[in-house]
Design a protein around this ligand. Structure first.
Ligand code: NDP
Length: 335
């Protein structure tokens, strides 16, 4: 059994749940937009599955539901946003017009968001910039869950990054991935559903390899993708998202003092390049040609293809929500 809603109905429903639990209405619309978009695109680990975590975090007092982001023009090429201990999405929305103006006038600009909580997929943060013609990179750090290469305990976050670029004749090419082998949401889903994890994903509390998702969650650690190379990417994200922005490192997170809190108070760095100002000509058509080359080389699926296919289906037929998930949302709405 499932319930079918339009994307607009789903966004309204999620926003009402968040408002009910103390998030200001304009911020709730921003956050609900990314939750509904994840559900629409089938990014299930960051859709409605996360809604109880948003609510628990709001109830815990760890995040300020009435936070007002403060945007500051700190340098010709840099916009700083203090999210004021609120969610990252309203901070991103508040800083984006100035970021775009700077990138258009100078060819490159960065947005440094700090004091922010990001609990969503990262692709919604970059895709709109590529739709506007920019090449965009975003990095977010998070509380400790991943053992750096060579470590036996968690220290870095799952530290996602997303990249988007325009291409002619198709929606932007977007990839979005955690720096861990799999995202923490997948470990939570495996624990909930009683599935083993694949080899090479996690360590238990003693620092030994394990396939048990509960052992990873209960004092263990996740592993970075690609061994020492992924570990380097993970600390690069930590530095861009926290050191560069003035945000907290993952190991400085204080959420443990707020029972129920599931988000990290951390940072996000977004970098935009306007290819037309950087010497690139016919960039959309050249990128499209690059991926035609991928297809000729035998690639049948590019990053984002699966999401875009699910998006088309959801827009045509509505977003299908399992009855059990819908009941959970209704319970949250009731209080
Ligand atoms: P995945 O490994 O599922 O996917 C990573 C990327 O690879 C996606 O762009 C995906 O495209 C693409 N991809 C997947 N399979 C293939 C394939 N066979 N061929 C080509 N491309 C492929 O992502 P993760 O598990 O690493 O991360 C999941 C989500 O978790 C992300 O959205 C991330 O932002 C989020 N996250 C958020 C955190 C936070 O603190 N807010 C922390 C960590 C992760 P497609 O989209 O089409 O599947």
């Amino acid at each position: 059994m499932s319930i079918v809603l339009t994307v607009a109905e789903l966004t309204d429903l999620v926003a009402e749940v968040l408002v009910r639990h103390g998030l200001a209405r304009d911020s709730a619309r921003c956050v609900a937009g990314v939750v509904a978009a994840a559900e629409r695109d089938g990014s299930r680990s960051h859709g409605l599955f996360r809604l109880p975590g948003y609510v628990a975090t709001l109830k815990s007092g760890w995040i300020d539901g009435n936070a007002r982001p403060v945007v500051t023009e700190v340098a010709p090429g840099v916009v700083a946003v203090d999210a004021a201990n609120g969610f990252a999405q309203p901070a991103l929305a508040a800083g984006s017009p100035l970021l775009i103006a700077k990138a258009r006038s100078q060819g490159i600009a960065a947005m440094a968001i700090r004091n922010s909580h990001h609990f969503a997929a990262l692709w919604p943060d970059v895709e709109p910039f590529a739709e506007a013609g920019f090449v965009a990179l975003a990095c977010v750090n998070a509380r400790s869950r991943v053992a750096p290469w060579g470590a036996t305990r968690k220290f870095l976050g799952t530290n996602p990054m997303a990249f988007a670029c325009p291409r002619d004749g198709a929606p932007p090419l977007v990839w979005d991935q955690a720096s861990s082998v799999i995202a923490q949401g997948e470990v939570l889903l495996a624990a909930r559903d009683g599935h083993d994890l694949p080899d090479g994903v996690g360590l238990d509390a003693a620092g030994q390899a394990t396939n048990d998702p509960r052992a990873v969650l209960d004092g263990g650690a996740m592993l970075p993708f690609g061994g020492h190379k992924g570990s380097g990417i993970a600390f690069m994200v930590e530095i861009l998202a926290a050191a560069v922005t003035g945000g907290r490192f993952g190991f400085e997170d204080g959420s443990a003092a707020f029972p129920g809190a599931q988000t990290s108070n951390a940072g996000e760095c977004v970098i935009l390049i306007d290819p037309a100002r950087a010497g690139g000509t016919d960039v959309g058509s050249r990128i499209a040609g690059l991926f035609e080359g991928f297809a000729a080389a035998g690639v049948s699926r590019l990053p984002g293809d699966a999401r875009y296919a699910r998006r088309s289906r959801s827009i045509a037929e509505g977003v299908s929500i399992p009855a059990e998930t819908y009941e959970t949302v209704q319970r949250l709405l009731a209080g």
